[in-house]
Design a protein around this ligand. Structure first.
Ligand code: SF4
Length: 407
């Protein structure tokens, strides 16, 4: 989501005649787009803002945008006086007006050209109404708001005309998308008809709203990638309830079974948190058994950290840091083995690869992803970014498939 927001801001600036500086010391405007989801993200953002404030030109402007900007507001300027402007995540819809008035004040108008990759993001909704007890997002991004279908179609057309082949639809919970009765599967169907668009991805799906209509729609539309990111967070029903996730581990596993029924070749990925307040060893083992059963292609795994202002912040954060890290390491070890096995099982198989670029270092192999979410490298003389090729997986290096082109 933050990458997409940064891209939108970059596009707005470039459309208005700015160009990318060669580095922070040369820039007339520096923008730090921040995340608030974990304490570590904020600590890093503040360190980066301090670093930039020390090296920027005296005349340069420094803006802080995003979720930390929303959460902390002008406190950021009190901490780091070199910051000129704080633009919270809830102001993102007014970004155009904010940018226009700011550019009028500072004359930043050197013509520039935006470079696009073959894969790009489109935010289809903002905010979240789920209020998971550990999460700051609903407070900093506000209520769910779906972006109208016709605006999304225009955004996709615009990106295709600039060479984009693959679009990833973004939202905190894409399954809640609703524009006057057009739900998310309907949106997928509408966009699927757009000529020139080769692949459609989306993230994130809340398990409680991941419907049979969505999965059957995916199965019926060939441009939709075979990848579902379905954050589970925990395997214990008591912990899930404390997290306010509104499903049980059994209900979650039923969704996994449904996805595999319609899309047997799909990659399913997830997010998992360990060390939630009061999580017992047995409850952590429930997470371990769910992970063994679900067979995720990959997972983002974290140790719980308390976020001020959330419901969970009032709970006793009683799992010692060492214990959280030990649980996290056990989980990572298990998931790494599963990921490795899934990649190895794909050796010898034929895959559809979208080339997104070329490695700069080492062997200069072509890089991309298969129709799921597996990372692919290809050795091939005649290729270019944006091509879709049939390839065969020759070997696996753990989290990457090394492929050969099928003549
Ligand atoms: S669904 Fe839950 S975890 Fe995801 S953004 Fe909303 S509140 Fe946060």
């Amino acid at each position: 989501m933050n990458v997409a927001d940064s891209d939108d801001l970059r596009s707005l600036l470039i459309e208005r005649g700015c160009s990318a500086a060669s580095g922070p010391r040369e820039a007339d405007l520096l923008v730090v787009n921040t995340c608030s989801v974990r304490e570590h993200a904020e600590t890093r953002a503040l360190a980066r803002i301090r670093e930039l404030s020390a090296i920027k030109k005296d005349t340069a402007f420094l803006w802080v945008t995003g979720c930390m900007a929303q959460r902390m507001g002008d406190k950021i300027i009190e901490l780091i006086p070199a910051v000129d402007r704080v633009i919270g995540a809830k102001e993102i819809d007014n970004l155009e007006t904010i940018v226009d008035s700011a550019l009028q004040m500072h004359s930043l108008t050197v013509p520039g050209e935006q470079k696009y990759g073959v894969s790009d993001f489109v935010s289809i909704m903002r905010g979240c109404d789920n209020y998971c007890s550990y999460c700051i997002v609903p407070y900093v991004r506000g209520h769910e708001k779906s972006i109208p279908v016709d605006l999304l179609e225009k955004a996709v057309h615009r990106k295709i005309s600039r060479g984009v082949k693959e679009i990833t639809f973004l939202g905190q919970n894409v399954n809640s998308y609703n524009d006057n009765g057009t739900d998310f599967p309907d949106l997928l169907r509408r966009v699927h008809c757009i000529d020139g668009l080769e692949r459609i991805r989306f993230t994130t799906s809340h398990p409680k709203d991941c419907s049979e209509k969505l999965i059957s729609t995916m199965a019926s539309l060939p441009k939709i990638c075979r990848h579902v990111h379905l954050p589970v967070q925990a395997g214990s029903d008591r912990v899930l309830q404390m997290m306010n996730r509104r499903y049980t581990s059994d209900q979650y596993l039923q969704k996994i079974d449904m996805i595999r029924r319609y899309l047997p070749d799909a990659d399913i990925t997830t997010d998992i948190m360990v060390g939630f307040p009061s999580e017992t060893e047995q409850e952590f083992r429930d997470t371990i058994s769910l992970v063994s059963r679900a067979c995720f292609t990959n997972a983002f795994m974290f140790a719980y950290s308390s976020r001020e202002g959330t419901e969970a912040a009032s709970m006793n954060d009683d799992i010692p840091r060492q214990e959280k890290l030990s649980r996290l390491n056990r989980l990572i070890e298990l998931q790494t083995g599963i990921t490795r096995k899934i990649y190895e099982n794909n050796v010898g198989k034929q895959l559809e690869l979208l080339i997104t670029g070329r490695q700069e270092k080492r062997d200069q192999l072509w890089m991309g992803h298969d129709k799921g979410c597996k990372r692919v490298l290809l050795s091939c003389e005649k290729a270019e970014a944006g091509m879709i090729l049939n390839v065969q997986a020759a070997k696996s290096s753990g989290m990457t498939l090394i492929c050969e082109r099928i003549p």
